[in-house]
Design a protein around this ligand. Structure first.
Ligand code: HEM
Length: 144
């Protein structure tokens, strides 16, 4: 059973992959405008839709491993993992909100311009946090 939970946990981590590609995909929006921009933003929203579901899967399977099997190096590691997971969740929500605000806008170019710098920073910050949490997950020894 344990190896199955790890398997589902790692699938959850893979589902966050769209946010590793996000900063690069987001850049491609710069060269679009009007209706074309709206379609691209819709595609990007769809592409990143799994983010929050992935986090739910990760917290359920992670919590199961911690509480049911106690395979964690220390309480510090558990708290750090939970903080990182919540931060990623908050950032994903902010990115989705910023992107979705472009779709119904009369002038999508302007709305995107206004949110551009913020979304770019949020995207790279999410990227960094996902890499950090995978580092924390795969280096138990450092937190023992
Ligand atoms: C964004 C959040 C997370 C990501 C991307 C993530 C990803 C991963 C990855 C890639 C592994 C490696 C599996 C292996 O080495 O066998 C792992 C292991 C693990 N994760 Fe997470 N995880 C996340 C959150 C959590 C949380 C919140 C908890 C619980 C507090 C947790 C508990 C565990 C445990 C106990 C293992 C060890 C499995 C083992 O090696 O036996 N994870 N995680």
């Amino acid at each position: 059973m344990y190896s199955f939970i790890v398997f589902v946990h790692v699938i959850g981590a893979l589902l966050l992959g769209s946010f590793l590609a996000f900063p690069v995909a987001f850049k491609s929006l710069l060269s679009r405008s009007g209706n074309e921009l709206k379609i691209s933003v819709k595609t990007l929203v769809g592409f990143t839709r799994f983010g929050h579901y992935a986090l739910i899967l990760l917290i359920i399977t992670g919590g199961w491993m911690v509480m049911g099997y106690a395979t964690y190096p220390s309480l510090l590691w558990v708290v750090l993992s939970l903080i990182l997971l919540m931060l990623i969740g908050a950032l994903i929500g902010m990115i989705q909100k910023g992107l979705k605000s472009v779709i119904p806008a009369k002038n999508p170019d302007k709305v995107l311009q206004r949110n551009m710098a913020k979304l770019n920073i949020l995207g790279w910050f999410t990227f960094l946090l996902i890499v950090t949490v995978v580092f924390v997950m795969t280096n138990h020894g450092l937190f023992a």
